[in-house]
Design a protein around this ligand. Structure first.
Ligand SMILES: *Cc1c(COP(=O)(O)O)cnc(C)c1O
Length: 370
């Protein structure tokens, strides 16, 4: 028998028969996109579920990031970290903004607030941190610095869904937060994304920007892009919302299983839950200390791969190590020692709601014997 491939993630698909009635409505109405009824309903339902005031749906997270920067008219230099998915920094590049990289914290892998101030120059207009693996950034310290220097804060919240700090959504911090609903994420609309904002005027500007700049049939106020979510995506989002609590519950169970089985292995580290935070368990990264474990991260990665188990090295390489960005002053090797170490240690293990607990045992047994 051919061995099953186990990937780092697998999208959750609700029963097909539950999706058909949504498609029937779309076929009946002939409304396929342009802010149709499912789009409107999903914006409202997501505001309620996430506990936020305003949300604008997008065709994907990357266009939402690009548009978020335009919505706040960000220019010049923006402070960010290299420990993220490439789209975070690419969004700056698409806006002709210079990325300035700073190092991350060793325990949360988020931007280190202590390193932000020394990276600020007269050209700095904003901070673009990411809630890595869904762990909230130190939002209070970041706000203090942003307020002191008159900087905007846009969070890349693409790893979060339903994450709260003391019951308050992490999306309520910063000027804007950007989400992704890509197939590989905790909550998916095939492809999709969103911007969360806190006032109606900003929501209007974002909605104009994602629809070519149109405010009505004949008036175009700004050179906007086409980044609208269509009705099939929005219908998928509405159906997924019915399952999301159960899905996050399963992710938590899987995460706890991994933690139990890996806790006594010398040289393998992993994250614990943070007090007062409701997590969404979007990834299960482990960090290999090669001196203590006796093998490098890449040896471990290849070792499980030959058993048809595909981890992913999120995030390796660092964004600052890519040809496009490595020439920047802030990207110089040695300038971000924590990120440079972590990127050589990390593997994200398979984590998705349907993942069999027996497979987790198997993965952990391989890691034990290595
Ligand atoms: C997935 C992701 C994005 C991009 O979102 P898409 O919907 O795939 O365009 C951006 N930033 C981070 C951190 C992500 O994980």
């Amino acid at each position: 028998m051919k061995k099953l491939n186990i990937y780092v993630t697998q999208p959750f698909l609700p029963p097909l028969e539950e999706f058909i009635p949504y498609l029937q409505k779309i076929w009946d109405s002939h409304i396929l996109t342009n802010g149709g009824p499912f789009h409107q309903e999903l914006e409202q339902k997501l505001c309620e579920y996430l506990g936020v005031k305003y949300i604008s749906l997008f065709s994907n997270g990357t266009l939402a990031l690009v548009t978020a920067l335009q919505a706040l008219r960000i220019t010049g230099e923006v402070i960010t970290t290299p420990y993220s998915f490439v789209a975070t920094t690419h969004a700056l590049w698409w806006n002709n903004i210079k990325p300035v990289f700073v190092d991350i914290e060793p325990d949360t892998f988020n931007i280190d607030p202590e390193k932000i101030e020394s990276a600020i120059t007269p050209q700095t207009t904003a901070i673009l941190p990411i809630h890595v693996y869904g762990n909230p950034c130190n939002v209070q310290k970041i706000k203090k610095i942003a307020d002191a220097y008159g900087l905007k804060v846009i969070y890349d919240a693409c790893h979060t869904f339903g994450v709260t700090i003391k019951g308050n959504s992490v999306l309520n911090f910063g000027d804007l937060s950007v989400m992704s609903f890509h197939a590989t994420k905790v909550y998916n609309t095939f492809e999709g994304g969103a911007i969360v904002c806190h006032d109606e005027a900003t929501k209007k500007r974002i909605d104009n920007l994602k629809n070519f700049g149109f405010v009505n049939e004949t008036t175009v106020v700004t050179p906007g892009i086409n980044a609208k979510m269509n009705e099939v995506q929005a219908a998928m989002g509405l159906l997924q919302l019915k399952y999301i609590d159960a899905l996050i519950g399963k992710r938590k169970q899987i995460t706890e299983q991994y933690r139990n089985l890996l806790k006594n292995i010398e040289g393998i580290n992993f994250m614990e839950d943070i007090p007062d935070v409701k997590h969404c368990y979007s990834y299960f990264p482990i960090f290999i200390n090669k001196n203590k474990y006796g093998k490098t991260r890449d040896e471990v990665y290849e070792g499980i791969k030959c058993k048809n188990i595909y981890g992913r090295r999120y995030f390796y390489p660092l964004i600052s190590q890519l040809p496009t960005y490595m020439g920047l002053d802030s990207a110089h090797p040695g300038k971000m020692p924590i990120a440079e170490r972590v990127t050589e240690q990390v593997i994200c293990l398979p984590l998705y709601p349907d993942l069999d607990l027996l497979i987790i045992n198997q993965i952990c047994n391989i890691l034990k014997k290595s």
